[in-house]
Design a protein around this ligand. Structure first.
Ligand SMILES: [Zn+2]
Ligand SMILES: [Zn+2]
Length: 160
């Protein structure tokens, strides 16, 4: 400590021992702040945060800090999770549209086989799935009481 003081004194004649302690203290605080930043950041990004924390302190803060910023994962865990969720939603949407285009959206309520939306009868077990509106000709649910396309009200006896 005396040696450091002597060297510093030759450069800055006005310096006191207290000043040097304050400088050292300040540097330590900066190193710790950087180490904590690295620790938290590495944790959020799923890296080995404790290793990074120790390395940052042992290696004096600045260099490992800069090194860390250069090699850290560009995405936080939350961002990665969000990205995965987005992909899942997109996949589901894609599947949904494929089904729409294919027309294979429904399952036969009786035999469970896949049936297309515009099937009037299940081709596997002959169950009637739809009926044709006698007014507008649209395919509607077998049990519908009103045609959702034209508003025609089906009489109970009307079975087509
Ligand atoms: Zn069926
Ligand atoms: Zn109709």
């Amino acid at each position: 400590m005396d040696k450091i003081y002597a060297v510093m004194k030759s450069f800055f004649p006005w310096i006191t021992v207290l000043d040097i302690w304050l400088i050292i203290f300040g540097i330590l605080i900066v190193v710790f702040v950087m180490a904590f930043y690295v620790y938290n950041d590495a944790k959020v990004r799923g890296s080995k945060s404790l290793n990074w924390f120790i390395a940052t302190i042992l290696l004096g803060g600045v260099i490992p800090f800069i090194f860390y910023l250069m090699i850290r994962s560009p995405y936080t865990l939350d961002e990665i999770r969000e990205e995965e969720t987005k992909k899942e939603v997109l996949d589901l949407q894609k599947r949904y549209y494929e089904l729409m285009i294919d027309g294979v959206l429904a399952k036969c309520p009786v035999c469970g086989e896949e049936v297309k939306n515009d099937y009037m009868y299940c081709p596997h077990c002959f169950t009637q799935l739809k009926k044709r509106c006698s007014n507008c000709g649209a395919l509607v649910d077998k049990d519908a009481k009103i045609c959702p396309y034209c508003g025609h009200i089906f009489e109970e006896k009307e079975k087509e």
